[in-house]
Write a protein that binds this ligand. Structure first.
Ligand code: IVH
Length: 684
């Protein structure tokens, strides 16, 4: 802002900033769909703070500096925090970190030579969560909300394996605070699944974590791979330690994950060196971080320092600069997804952005290309926002004359027409299963881990079999055994690999109902919706009858968890002659198990089971599903509350702990017998 700013200009700008920051807060917190990068958001907050410092009389009642995050949404119950959940002030340079230490020294009136030790640890890009334990039991989990009142996410948090349900030798009241996050790999896999099922695709791991945690249905959270790092505490009935680092270590020993990049720094030089170390490690860390958090080491000093506004005086976040770079857009390729969506991908002259070479950017859709006015040959500014797929943020040569880019109106794979339906931004290929790209993507989805999970039928084999003309639709997978001899004659296939593949296929002739339905790849039908649908209709046939019957759409949309959009997609799917044929064909090869709606009452109901080591005849997910069917819960860590530990080869510390605690331990074979007995001889 110019120095010559008048008071009227400043008032106008502050009003605009208040509205703009509130709008971004809402997009970020309520809709998990931010428009601004962290750096852009921080710049707005900073401008607001600076203007308010210059014109204190203009501080508005609705000033962003008086709020913490966004107000909680109404969907989840509100819970007041026993102690406020604070935010952090930011520093953007070495000097600003030094100023922070000077402020601490001044505030505490410490002599110039008194060392001020700090802790330093990564600032995880997730969402903060407070976990309240009373007498060792997790009784409440809440999001930050507005800092004073959060949202009750207890049921959802109970599905997170990193978070203990109960702890031993804990203070009577212990509130652990930390970050719920999603790893980069899990985020990519989740988005691939979401894309495949036509579900919501998340902008970055933070939004995926927030969207997954802030759910009405804990079943959705359970299906999302969330993780947790502790970074502090709230109410305590007794102190954890006298120093920040020791208190954190205590939390670690109680069973909470703490960062292995958490260190103590005795001098500013050490603190700066650790910042550089973390910055260097950033690209290789399995999760997103957006800076380094420093905290005053002595807890008695923290107490004295207290807080100012929304942030403690004893902590500061040194943020990484936004990662941006400039390069040339060399080509725009169109990828065709399973549902026929045409996604433009920008091919760039490779450029380093924050330590990573970037050669591709997603351009999202036709509208985004138009918004940026992109043409091949343009210079572009790209950004790696929150470590996700890089994006183009600006076209630097918009005004230069160049041949415009024309978005295709025919599918580049099968030449069928490609159109956007009214009110939709996505352009889709109308070729359905005649489109080889769609065929490949559908088959890939059908055999993927979340669906039928056919091991050994990877992308390479799928392409090979499609090219050989052996695979047209999913049913053909179950007829691959007819090609056994031909396959044996092909390069890379040996008797053992062929037999393993065919056995893996045979093992899925009676697939789980929801996984089968999910595998069909009907738009908007993810695994949770598939489960809801089968809970209601029992079988695929039952669902199909409902979908094609008169008034079927209304009946479907009344199912719990199913709205009009899903209902319409189902009706469309089951009316399409091609799909009906492919499904009939498939059902002549496989028989999905009818859905057993509620977990049975068994001797395992309400019990807690931990699976550890490798399982040989089933996947971990399958074993957990079996536990759920018995009415039991599967947990990630062994505690006194554990009733059974199923240990496969390679089991380590969990098995040891179970033995120490005298908990029953079973082999995988014994587990299969427990399941079979509970279900009268049939494990499914
Ligand atoms: S300390 C009173 N430590 O960043 C201090 N926060 O921008 C509050 N965050 O609300 C938090 N990593 O959700 C702390 N190592 C870390 C953190 C961390 C991520 C989040 C936290 C906080 C936000 C502030």
């Amino acid at each position: 802002m110019a120095e010559s700013l008048t008071e009227a200009d400043a008032a106008e700008r502050l009003a605009w900033l208040a509205a703009e920051i509130a709008r971004h807060d809402k997009l970020y917190h309520d809709q998990d769909a931010p428009e601004a990068s962290d750096a852009q958001y921080d710049a707005l907050v900073r401008e607001n703070r600076e203007l308010e410092a210059r014109f204190p009389e203009l501080v508005r009642a609705d000033s962003p500096s008086k709020r913490l995050g966004a107000a909680p949404t109404s969907a989840l119950a509100k819970v007041p925090h026993a102690r406020p959940m604070l935010s952090l002030d930011n520093a953007f340079s070495d000097e600003e970190l030094a100023e922070f230490v000077s402020r601490v020294r001044r505030f505490l009136a410490l002599p110039a030579d008194e060392p001020i030790a700090l802790t330093a640890e990564p600032k995880i890009d997730g969402l903060s969560c407070s976990l309240r334990y009373e007498h060792g039991q997790l009784v409440l989990a809440a999001t930050r909300g507005d800092g004073a009142v959060g949202e009750d996410v207890t049921a959802n948090v109970r599905t997170i394996r990193d978070i203990p349900q109960s702890i031993v030798a804990a203070p009577d009241v212990l509130e652990v605070r930390g970050e719920v996050y999603m790893s980069k790999a899990d985020f990519a896999a989740l988005n691939a699944r979401q894309e495949a099922s036509g579900g919501k695709v998340f902008a970055n791991p933070r939004n995926a974590a927030a969207g997954s945690l802030r759910q009405k249905d804990p079943g959705i959270t359970a299906a999302r791979p969330l993780r947790f790092y502790a970074h502090g505490w709230g109410e305590l009935s007794e102190p954890l330690a006298a120093m920040q680092l020791l208190a954190m270590k205590k939390l670690g020993s109680l069973g909470f994950p703490i960062s292995d990049l958490l260190v103590r720094c005795d001098t500013i030089e050490e603190a700066l060196a650790h910042y550089r170390k973390i910055e260097q490690a950033r690209a290789d860390l399995p999760y997103d971080i957006d800076g380094v958090v420093y905290k005053v080491g002595r807890l008695d000093w923290q107490e004295r320092l207290g807080q100012v506004g929304r942030a403690p005086r004893w902590a500061i976040a040194r943020k990484f600069p936004a990662e941006k770079a400039e390069t040339t857009l060399e080509a725009i390729d169109i990828q065709v997804g399973r549902t026929g969506k045409l996604t433009p991908v920008g091919r760039l002259k490779p450029v380093g952005v924050g330590g990573v070479m970037v050669a591709n950017v997603t351009l999202h859709n036709r509208d985004e290309i138009a918004r940026l006015g992109l043409r091949i040959g343009d210079r572009v500014r790209i950004q790696r926002a929150g470590d996700v797929i890089p994006q183009v943020v600006e076209n630097l040569t918009r005004d230069e004359p160049r041949k415009p880019y024309v978005f295709p109106d025919h599918c580049p794979m099968c030449a069928s027409e490609a159109v956007a339906e009214e009110g939709e931004v996505d352009v889709r290929c109308a070729g359905g299963l005649i489109c080889p790209a769609q065929r490949f993507e559908r088959l890939r989805h059908f055999v993927s881990r979340g669906a039928l999970d056919i091991e050994g039928l990877g992308e390479k084999s799928l392409v090979e079999f499609i090219e050989l003309g052996w695979l047209h639709s999913p049913a053909d997978i179950f007829r691959l055994h007819n090609h056994r001899d031909e396959l044996l004659g092909r390069e890379g296939w040996k008797e053992k690999s062929v037999d393993n593949l065919l056995a893996a296929i045979e093992a899925k002739r009676r697939p789980d109902g929801p996984r089968f339905l999910f595998g069909l790849g009907i738009r908007h039908v993810g695994i949770v919706t598939a489960r809801d649908l089968l809970k209601c209709f029992g079988t695929i046939d039952g669902l199909r009858r409902a979908a094609v019957s008169e008034g079927g759409e209304a009946e479907l949309s009344s199912v719990h968890g199913v709205g009009p959009v899903v209902a319409e997609a189902l009706v469309d799917f089951f009316h399409e002659p091609h799909n009906r044929e492919a499904l009939d064909d498939l059902l002549s090869e496989v028989t999905p198990a009818p859905f057993v709606s509620d977990a049975r009452q068994t001797e395992w109901s309400g019990k807690t089971i931990v699976f550890t080591g490798s399982l040989e005849t089933m996947s971990r997910d399958e074993a957990k599903e079996q536990a759920e069917r018995l009415g039991a819960r599967s947990a990630g860590s062994v505690s006194a509350k554990t009733d059974l530990v199923v240990a496969g080869p390679g089991a380590g510390s969990k098995l040891k702990k179970a033995e120490e605690l005298g908990i029953r331990v079973a082999t995988e074979e014994e587990w299969a017998k427990i399941v079979a007995d509970a279900f009268g001889g049939s494990p499914k």
